[in-house]
Design a protein around this ligand. Structure first.
Ligand code: ADP
Length: 309
C-alpha cells in the first residue's frame, strides 16, 4: 500500500526554560505522515508539498528522509521559503502562536505540480490524505483546481481521506470555508471530522457528535469518523453507527497532534485490512502516548508499537 500526504510542514520554534528556543518541524498532515511511517513498516508513505531553497527547507527535506518518507513529490520553489511559527507561553500559562506562512512555498502547490505529477500519483498511489489546512493555504481558485485533480484521481481508483482541521484565521470567511470543506468531504472515501472543528465551522459551540453526524448525513460519506477529544469517537458508514469510549489519560502534557496521531493509527490499521475496532484502538493508543509528551512529533523511542494493539 502507498499513501500520499498533501500539506504544509513548517519550522516550529518553541520557547522553553530561560527563554531558550527549541526548533522542530510540524504541520498537521506532515505529523500524520511521520507517525504513519513509524507504525506501518509495510506501508510506503510519501509527503507532497513545496519547500524553498532556504536552510529550514533543506533541513526539513533531510528530516523527511530520516523519517523514511518518500520525497519524490516534495518540490522546491526558486524564491519562496518554508513557513515558520513560534510558540510562547504567556503569563496566564496559555500557549500563544505566531505564524509567518503567508508567502510560504507550500502555497504554490497547484502551480508547481504538473499534469504529469498527477498522472504519476494516479499510477503509483493507493490513498491520498489531505486536510482543511491543506486547502486553507491555497487560493480559492487553486482549491477548485485541486478538487478537480483529486476527483479525477478518485475516478482512477485512488481513495481519498480528509481531516476537517479548521483554522478560521487561514480562511477568507467561514461561509467559504464551509462550502469548500463540504465539497471536499463529499468527494472523499473517508473523513475524519473533529467535533471542535465542526463546532467552530458551523458557529455552534455546543454541537454534539450526533448532531454533526446528522448534519453530514446528506453528504453520503462512505466512512465518517467523528473525534470528540476525551469524550468518545463515533464511526459511521451507510449501514453502521458505532460509538467508542476513550480511555482517560492521567497525565496530559500537550494535546498538540492528538488528532493527527489518531488519524495515523486509524489509517495504519485500515490499510492493513483491520476492522473498525482495531482502527479506533490503534488511533487511541497512539494519541494517548502523543499527548503525554510535549510537541507535535514525540521521540521515536517513546512512540508505542501499536502493531500489537
Ligand atoms: P482533533 O484534534 O482532530 O479534533 P481530538 O481532540 O478529538 O482530535 O483527539 C483525537 C484523539 O486523541 C481522541 O479521539 C482520543 O483518542 C485522543 N485524546 C485527545 N484528548 C484526550 C484526552 N484528554 N484524554 C485521552 N485521550 C485523548
Amino acid at each position: 500500500m502507498k499513501i500520499l500526504f498533501i500539506g504544509e510542514c513548517m519550522a516550529e520554534f518553541r520557547q522553553g526554560e530561560a527563554g531558550v528556543w527549541h526548533q522542530a518541524f510540524a504541520g498537521d498532515v506532515f505529523n500524520t505522515a511521520v507517525y504513519m511511517k513509524r507504525i506501518s513498516e509495510e506501508c510506503e508513505v510519501a509527503f507532497a508539498s513545496v519547500l524553498g531553497r532556504d536552510m529550514f527547507s533543506q533541513d526539513l527535506r533531510h528530516y523527511c528522509e530520516q523519517s523514511r518518507l518518500d520525497t519524490r513529490w516534495l518540490k522546491s520553489h526558486e524564491s519562496r521559503s518554508c513557513g515558520v511559527y513560534f510558540i510562547q507561553t504567556d503569563t496566564a500559562g496559555e500557549r500563544q502562536f505566531t505564524y509567518y506562512r503567508e508567502n510560504s512555498a507550500a502555497r504554490t502547490l497547484l502551480d508547481t505540480f504538473s499534469d504529469n505529477d498527477f498522472s504519476a500519483i494516479a499510477e503509483q498511489v493507493d490513498w491520498v490524505f489531505l486536510s482543511g489546512i491543506s486547502l486553507a493555504i491555497l487560493s480559492a481558485n487553486d482549491r477548485s483546481r485541486l478538487l478537480e485533480k483529486l476527483t479525477d484521481l478518485r475516478r482512477q481508483g485512488v481513495k481519498l481521506v480528509f481531516d476537517t482541521n479548521f483554522r478560521p484565521v487561514l480562511w477568507e470567511s467561514r461561509d467559504k470555508a464551509k462550502t469548500d470543506i463540504y465539497a471536499f468531504m463529499e468527494s472523499c472515501d473517508l473523513v475524519f471530522a473533529g467535533r471542535e472543528d465542526m463546532a467552530s465551522l458551523l458557529g455552534r459551540e455546543d454541537i454534539t457528535s450526533q448532531e454533526v453526524a446528522d448534519l453530514l448525513a446528506p453528504l453520503c460519506i462512505p466512512e465518517l469518523v467523528i473525534k470528540a477529544g476525551a469524550d468518545h469517537v463515533m464511526r459511521l458508514t451507510q449501514s453502521e453507527r458505532q460509538h467508542f469510549p476513550v480511555e482517560p489519560v492521567g497525565s496530559v502534557v500537550d494535546t498538540t497532534a492528538a488528532g493527527d496521531s489518531f488519524n495515523a493509527g486509524y489509517l495504519s490499521a485500515l490499510l492493513a485490512g483491520q476492522p473498525p475496532e482495531q482502527r479506533v484502538a490503534k488511533g487511541q493508543t497512539l494519541a494517548a502516548s502523543v499527548i503525554q509528551h510535549p510537541g507535535a512529533i514525540i521521540p521515536v523511542n517513546v512512540t508505542p508499537a501499536v502493531s500489537s494493539v
